[in-house]
Design a protein around this ligand. Structure first.
Ligand code: SF4
Length: 323
Protein backbone atom coordinates (compact mmCIF):
# COMPACT_ATOMS: atom_id res chain seq x y z
CA UNK A 1 0.00 0.00 0.00
CA UNK A 2 1.51 3.32 -1.04
CA UNK A 3 0.89 6.76 0.32
CA UNK A 4 -1.73 8.90 -1.35
CA UNK A 5 -0.46 12.10 -2.88
CA UNK A 6 -2.10 15.44 -2.16
CA UNK A 7 -5.82 14.97 -2.82
CA UNK A 8 -6.36 18.64 -3.54
CA UNK A 9 -4.75 18.08 -6.96
CA UNK A 10 -6.93 15.09 -7.79
CA UNK A 11 -9.53 16.17 -10.26
CA UNK A 12 -11.45 14.22 -12.87
CA UNK A 13 -12.17 17.40 -14.87
CA UNK A 14 -9.02 17.18 -16.96
CA UNK A 15 -9.95 13.75 -18.34
CA UNK A 16 -12.58 12.71 -20.87
CA UNK A 17 -15.24 10.17 -19.87
CA UNK A 18 -13.35 7.16 -21.19
CA UNK A 19 -10.19 8.07 -19.28
CA UNK A 20 -12.16 8.79 -16.11
CA UNK A 21 -13.61 5.29 -16.38
CA UNK A 22 -10.17 3.76 -16.98
CA UNK A 23 -8.69 5.50 -13.94
CA UNK A 24 -11.64 4.46 -11.80
CA UNK A 25 -11.04 0.78 -12.54
CA UNK A 26 -7.48 0.89 -13.81
CA UNK A 27 -6.60 -1.40 -16.69
CA UNK A 28 -4.34 1.11 -18.41
CA UNK A 29 -1.31 -1.14 -18.51
CA UNK A 30 -0.78 -4.93 -18.66
CA UNK A 31 -0.84 -5.22 -14.84
CA UNK A 32 -4.63 -4.57 -14.92
CA UNK A 33 -4.83 -3.82 -11.19
CA UNK A 34 -8.49 -2.65 -11.36
CA UNK A 35 -8.00 -0.05 -8.62
CA UNK A 36 -9.81 3.27 -8.37
CA UNK A 37 -6.98 5.76 -8.72
CA UNK A 38 -9.20 8.67 -7.64
CA UNK A 39 -9.51 6.95 -4.28
CA UNK A 40 -6.24 5.10 -3.76
CA UNK A 41 -2.72 4.75 -5.02
CA UNK A 42 -2.36 1.06 -4.33
CA UNK A 43 -2.07 -0.40 -7.82
CA UNK A 44 1.22 -2.00 -8.81
CA UNK A 45 2.66 1.33 -9.99
CA UNK A 46 1.62 3.19 -6.84
CA UNK A 47 0.23 6.14 -8.81
CA UNK A 48 -3.05 7.88 -8.09
CA UNK A 49 -4.93 9.85 -10.76
CA UNK A 50 -2.98 13.06 -10.19
CA UNK A 51 -0.15 14.71 -12.10
CA UNK A 52 2.82 13.33 -10.19
CA UNK A 53 5.92 14.56 -11.92
CA UNK A 54 9.54 14.10 -10.90
CA UNK A 55 10.91 16.74 -13.23
CA UNK A 56 10.11 18.88 -16.26
CA UNK A 57 13.41 19.89 -17.78
CA UNK A 58 15.45 20.33 -20.92
CA UNK A 59 17.34 17.16 -21.83
CA UNK A 60 20.11 17.37 -24.42
CA UNK A 61 21.43 13.82 -24.08
CA UNK A 62 18.85 11.82 -26.04
CA UNK A 63 19.59 10.47 -29.53
CA UNK A 64 20.30 13.38 -31.96
CA UNK A 65 16.87 13.31 -33.67
CA UNK A 66 15.10 13.21 -30.30
CA UNK A 67 17.08 16.00 -28.61
CA UNK A 68 17.33 18.09 -31.77
CA UNK A 69 19.80 20.99 -31.75
CA UNK A 70 18.47 22.59 -28.55
CA UNK A 71 17.27 19.66 -26.44
CA UNK A 72 13.85 18.24 -25.68
CA UNK A 73 11.44 19.28 -22.91
CA UNK A 74 11.20 16.01 -21.01
CA UNK A 75 8.45 15.35 -18.49
CA UNK A 76 9.67 12.63 -16.14
CA UNK A 77 6.65 11.02 -14.51
CA UNK A 78 7.07 9.61 -11.04
CA UNK A 79 6.85 5.85 -10.41
CA UNK A 80 6.60 3.13 -13.04
CA UNK A 81 4.75 -0.03 -14.00
CA UNK A 82 8.00 -2.05 -14.05
CA UNK A 83 10.35 -2.72 -11.14
CA UNK A 84 13.72 -3.00 -12.86
CA UNK A 85 16.19 -3.87 -10.13
CA UNK A 86 18.93 -1.90 -11.92
CA UNK A 87 16.71 1.09 -12.83
CA UNK A 88 18.92 3.99 -13.88
CA UNK A 89 16.28 6.46 -12.57
CA UNK A 90 15.51 4.57 -9.37
CA UNK A 91 15.07 7.71 -7.25
CA UNK A 92 12.02 8.71 -9.29
CA UNK A 93 10.66 5.30 -10.24
CA UNK A 94 10.35 3.46 -6.93
CA UNK A 95 7.53 4.41 -4.61
CA UNK A 96 8.92 2.16 -1.86
CA UNK A 97 12.17 4.12 -1.71
CA UNK A 98 10.61 7.54 -1.20
CA UNK A 99 10.27 8.49 -4.84
CA UNK A 100 11.00 12.13 -5.70
CA UNK A 101 7.92 13.77 -7.14
CA UNK A 102 5.98 16.99 -7.30
CA UNK A 103 2.24 16.79 -7.43
CA UNK A 104 0.92 19.70 -9.45
CA UNK A 105 -2.19 20.93 -11.18
CA UNK A 106 -2.44 20.96 -14.94
CA UNK A 107 -2.02 24.74 -15.25
CA UNK A 108 1.28 24.67 -13.36
CA UNK A 109 2.60 21.84 -15.55
CA UNK A 110 1.53 23.68 -18.71
CA UNK A 111 3.12 26.94 -17.53
CA UNK A 112 6.47 25.19 -16.96
CA UNK A 113 6.34 23.42 -20.34
CA UNK A 114 5.32 26.62 -22.14
CA UNK A 115 8.26 28.48 -20.64
CA UNK A 116 10.68 25.78 -21.77
CA UNK A 117 9.18 25.69 -25.27
CA UNK A 118 9.62 29.47 -25.50
CA UNK A 119 13.39 28.85 -25.45
CA UNK A 120 13.31 27.32 -28.92
CA UNK A 121 12.64 23.73 -27.85
CA UNK A 122 10.51 21.93 -30.43
CA UNK A 123 9.55 18.67 -28.75
CA UNK A 124 7.97 17.46 -25.53
CA UNK A 125 8.95 13.98 -24.31
CA UNK A 126 6.75 11.98 -21.97
CA UNK A 127 9.11 9.71 -20.01
CA UNK A 128 7.64 6.58 -18.35
CA UNK A 129 4.11 7.35 -19.54
CA UNK A 130 2.58 3.85 -19.51
CA UNK A 131 0.76 4.34 -16.20
CA UNK A 132 -0.30 7.94 -16.92
CA UNK A 133 -1.62 7.93 -20.46
CA UNK A 134 -4.75 9.98 -19.51
CA UNK A 135 -2.49 12.59 -17.88
CA UNK A 136 -0.34 12.71 -21.03
CA UNK A 137 -3.45 13.33 -23.12
CA UNK A 138 -4.56 16.11 -20.74
CA UNK A 139 -1.17 17.81 -21.09
CA UNK A 140 -1.17 17.60 -24.90
CA UNK A 141 -4.74 18.90 -25.10
CA UNK A 142 -3.84 21.71 -22.68
CA UNK A 143 -0.83 22.72 -24.77
CA UNK A 144 -2.90 22.63 -27.96
CA UNK A 145 -5.56 24.82 -26.33
CA UNK A 146 -2.82 27.40 -25.71
CA UNK A 147 -1.94 27.28 -29.40
CA UNK A 148 1.18 25.18 -28.78
CA UNK A 149 1.77 22.18 -31.05
CA UNK A 150 5.14 20.72 -30.05
CA UNK A 151 6.40 17.41 -31.44
CA UNK A 152 5.23 14.77 -28.95
CA UNK A 153 7.50 11.86 -28.00
CA UNK A 154 6.23 8.81 -26.07
CA UNK A 155 9.34 7.52 -24.25
CA UNK A 156 8.31 4.17 -22.79
CA UNK A 157 9.73 1.03 -21.20
CA UNK A 158 7.62 -0.95 -23.72
CA UNK A 159 5.33 -2.51 -21.11
CA UNK A 160 2.21 -1.04 -22.73
CA UNK A 161 -1.13 -2.34 -23.89
CA UNK A 162 -1.92 -1.90 -27.60
CA UNK A 163 -5.49 -0.88 -26.68
CA UNK A 164 -4.17 1.97 -24.55
CA UNK A 165 -1.66 3.00 -27.24
CA UNK A 166 -4.51 3.20 -29.75
CA UNK A 167 -6.33 5.73 -27.55
CA UNK A 168 -3.36 8.13 -27.70
CA UNK A 169 -1.86 7.22 -31.08
CA UNK A 170 -3.19 10.25 -32.96
CA UNK A 171 -1.65 12.60 -30.38
CA UNK A 172 1.86 11.11 -30.51
CA UNK A 173 4.34 12.02 -33.24
CA UNK A 174 7.29 9.85 -32.27
CA UNK A 175 7.21 6.50 -30.47
CA UNK A 176 10.37 5.88 -28.44
CA UNK A 177 9.96 2.41 -26.87
CA UNK A 178 12.47 0.14 -25.17
CA UNK A 179 12.65 -3.54 -26.02
CA UNK A 180 14.46 -4.82 -22.95
CA UNK A 181 14.37 -8.61 -22.88
CA UNK A 182 13.92 -11.65 -25.09
CA UNK A 183 13.27 -14.22 -22.37
CA UNK A 184 10.65 -14.55 -19.65
CA UNK A 185 13.32 -15.60 -17.13
CA UNK A 186 15.34 -12.40 -17.43
CA UNK A 187 12.22 -10.22 -17.60
CA UNK A 188 10.83 -11.85 -14.50
CA UNK A 189 14.05 -11.72 -12.51
CA UNK A 190 15.03 -8.16 -13.40
CA UNK A 191 11.71 -6.36 -13.95
CA UNK A 192 9.06 -8.52 -12.25
CA UNK A 193 7.31 -8.98 -15.61
CA UNK A 194 7.74 -12.46 -17.05
CA UNK A 195 5.37 -11.59 -19.90
CA UNK A 196 7.47 -8.57 -20.92
CA UNK A 197 8.85 -10.09 -24.18
CA UNK A 198 5.41 -10.84 -25.62
CA UNK A 199 3.78 -7.68 -24.22
CA UNK A 200 6.51 -5.37 -25.53
CA UNK A 201 6.52 -7.07 -28.91
CA UNK A 202 2.76 -6.52 -29.28
CA UNK A 203 3.10 -2.88 -28.14
CA UNK A 204 5.93 -2.17 -30.57
CA UNK A 205 4.04 -3.87 -33.40
CA UNK A 206 1.13 -1.51 -32.68
CA UNK A 207 3.48 1.50 -32.83
CA UNK A 208 5.02 0.16 -36.02
CA UNK A 209 1.57 -0.41 -37.50
CA UNK A 210 0.71 3.21 -36.78
CA UNK A 211 3.93 4.82 -38.09
CA UNK A 212 5.89 2.29 -40.17
CA UNK A 213 9.67 2.00 -39.87
CA UNK A 214 10.43 5.56 -40.91
CA UNK A 215 11.76 8.35 -38.74
CA UNK A 216 11.08 11.60 -40.54
CA UNK A 217 13.11 14.63 -39.45
CA UNK A 218 12.80 18.34 -40.15
CA UNK A 219 15.54 20.58 -41.57
CA UNK A 220 17.18 20.85 -38.12
CA UNK A 221 17.41 17.06 -37.78
CA UNK A 222 14.64 16.84 -35.17
CA UNK A 223 12.42 13.78 -35.60
CA UNK A 224 8.87 14.85 -36.44
CA UNK A 225 7.23 11.48 -36.97
CA UNK A 226 8.02 7.81 -36.66
CA UNK A 227 9.50 5.25 -34.32
CA UNK A 228 12.90 4.81 -32.72
CA UNK A 229 13.43 1.60 -30.81
CA UNK A 230 15.87 1.43 -27.92
CA UNK A 231 17.74 -1.48 -26.39
CA UNK A 232 20.08 -1.22 -23.41
CA UNK A 233 22.76 -3.92 -23.37
CA UNK A 234 23.18 -5.25 -19.82
CA UNK A 235 26.47 -6.62 -18.45
CA UNK A 236 26.67 -10.40 -18.80
CA UNK A 237 23.72 -10.40 -21.20
CA UNK A 238 25.13 -9.96 -24.69
CA UNK A 239 23.43 -13.18 -25.81
CA UNK A 240 20.06 -11.93 -24.52
CA UNK A 241 20.62 -8.70 -26.46
CA UNK A 242 21.36 -10.64 -29.64
CA UNK A 243 18.10 -12.54 -29.16
CA UNK A 244 16.26 -9.23 -28.78
CA UNK A 245 17.79 -8.02 -32.06
CA UNK A 246 16.82 -11.24 -33.82
CA UNK A 247 13.21 -10.88 -32.62
CA UNK A 248 13.09 -7.28 -33.87
CA UNK A 249 14.60 -8.24 -37.24
CA UNK A 250 12.32 -11.24 -37.73
CA UNK A 251 9.03 -10.05 -36.25
CA UNK A 252 9.18 -6.29 -36.92
CA UNK A 253 11.82 -5.17 -39.43
CA UNK A 254 15.58 -4.61 -39.64
CA UNK A 255 14.62 -1.34 -41.33
CA UNK A 256 13.42 0.10 -38.02
CA UNK A 257 15.53 2.86 -36.45
CA UNK A 258 17.42 1.33 -33.57
CA UNK A 259 19.36 2.86 -30.69
CA UNK A 260 21.71 0.30 -29.15
CA UNK A 261 22.75 1.66 -25.78
CA UNK A 262 25.88 0.96 -23.73
CA UNK A 263 25.14 3.47 -20.98
CA UNK A 264 24.36 0.94 -18.23
CA UNK A 265 25.63 2.04 -14.83
CA UNK A 266 25.26 -0.14 -11.71
CA UNK A 267 23.30 1.69 -9.01
CA UNK A 268 23.68 0.97 -5.31
CA UNK A 269 20.59 -1.28 -5.54
CA UNK A 270 22.65 -3.86 -7.48
CA UNK A 271 25.92 -3.33 -5.65
CA UNK A 272 25.85 -6.98 -4.50
CA UNK A 273 24.27 -8.48 -7.60
CA UNK A 274 26.58 -11.14 -9.08
CA UNK A 275 26.08 -9.98 -12.69
CA UNK A 276 24.68 -6.45 -12.73
CA UNK A 277 27.19 -4.97 -10.29
CA UNK A 278 29.58 -3.81 -13.00
CA UNK A 279 29.50 -1.67 -16.16
CA UNK A 280 29.23 -3.29 -19.57
CA UNK A 281 32.48 -4.59 -21.11
CA UNK A 282 33.54 -3.20 -24.46
CA UNK A 283 33.82 -6.67 -25.99
CA UNK A 284 30.23 -7.48 -24.92
CA UNK A 285 28.89 -4.34 -26.53
CA UNK A 286 30.95 -4.86 -29.69
CA UNK A 287 29.62 -8.40 -30.09
CA UNK A 288 26.06 -7.05 -30.04
CA UNK A 289 26.97 -4.33 -32.55
CA UNK A 290 28.38 -7.04 -34.79
CA UNK A 291 25.11 -8.98 -34.58
CA UNK A 292 23.22 -5.77 -35.41
CA UNK A 293 25.23 -5.54 -38.63
CA UNK A 294 24.76 -9.23 -39.49
CA UNK A 295 21.00 -8.94 -39.08
CA UNK A 296 20.87 -6.07 -41.56
CA UNK A 297 19.95 -3.17 -39.29
CA UNK A 298 20.88 -0.10 -41.29
CA UNK A 299 19.33 2.84 -39.41
CA UNK A 300 20.54 3.51 -35.96
CA UNK A 301 22.80 4.80 -33.27
CA UNK A 302 25.41 3.28 -31.02
CA UNK A 303 27.09 4.87 -28.00
CA UNK A 304 30.64 5.41 -26.75
CA UNK A 305 31.65 3.12 -23.89
CA UNK A 306 31.93 6.10 -21.53
CA UNK A 307 28.37 7.26 -22.29
CA UNK A 308 27.12 6.33 -18.84
CA UNK A 309 28.96 9.38 -17.47
CA UNK A 310 26.49 11.60 -19.35
CA UNK A 311 23.34 9.71 -18.35
CA UNK A 312 23.31 9.91 -14.60
CA UNK A 313 20.66 12.50 -13.79
CA UNK A 314 20.31 13.95 -10.30
CA UNK A 315 16.59 14.48 -9.81
CA UNK A 316 17.14 16.43 -6.61
CA UNK A 317 18.30 19.31 -8.83
CA UNK A 318 16.12 21.66 -10.89
CA UNK A 319 18.16 20.71 -13.96
CA UNK A 320 18.87 16.97 -13.41
CA UNK A 321 21.12 16.58 -16.45
CA UNK A 322 23.34 19.61 -15.94
CA UNK A 323 26.31 20.04 -13.58
S1 SF4 B 1 -1.33 1.82 -14.55
FE1 SF4 B 1 -0.75 1.27 -12.44
S2 SF4 B 1 -2.69 0.88 -11.39
FE2 SF4 B 1 -3.12 0.88 -13.60
S3 SF4 B 1 -2.98 -1.25 -14.25
FE3 SF4 B 1 -0.95 -0.37 -14.55
S4 SF4 B 1 0.22 -0.74 -12.67
FE4 SF4 B 1 -1.96 -1.08 -12.23
Amino acid sequence: MFKMTDKKYLTADIFDNEDQKLLTDCTLCPRECRVNRFEEADGYCGADAGLNIASICIHRGEEPPISGPNGICNIFFAVCNLRCIYCQNHDISRPESGCRQHTMDLKTALDIIEEILSKGIKAVGFVSPSHVVPQVKAIIKGLNSRGLKPITVYNTNGYDKPETLRTIGKMIDVWLPDFKYATAETASEYSDAGDYPEVALKAIKEMYYQKGSSLISDESGTAERGILLRHLVLPGHAEESKKVLRIIAEKISPGIHLSLMSQYHPTHHVRNHPILNRPLYKKEYESVIEEMGKLGFRNGWIQDMNSFENYRPDFSKEHPFED
